[in-house]
Write a protein that binds this ligand. Structure first.
Ligand code: SF4
Ligand code: SF4
Length: 71
């Protein structure tokens, strides 16, 4: 799953631009530094490619593996 540390975000939108699935977008809320930060619009579509985490100059995004419940 995708973890966005919104407090670190500078609102550069690189993650949004580089997400191959186009599932990130800037929200309407600002963080405490006054920057808009991204939200994930459809997490089910995320392929965990980690492009967003790699491209983020602030290291604000973390991809964590989640065990799928197949039951
Ligand atoms: S891990 Fe890949 S698919 Fe998922 S939000 Fe980040 S860039 Fe998009
Ligand atoms: S790349 Fe990082 S700093 Fe830029 S908008 Fe995305 S989360 Fe924020």
């Amino acid at each position: 799953m995708l973890n966005i540390n919104t407090a670190l975000c500078k609102g550069c939108s690189y993650c949004i631009k580089f997400c191959p699935k186009k599932i990130l977008e800037l929200g309407a809320e600002r963080n405490k530094h006054g920057h808009f930060f991204p939200l994930i619009t459809n997490e089910a579509e995320c392929i965990a490619c980690a492009m967003c985490a790699t491209i983020c100059p602030e290291g604000a995004i973390e991809i964590t593996k989640e065990e799928k419940d197949n039951g």
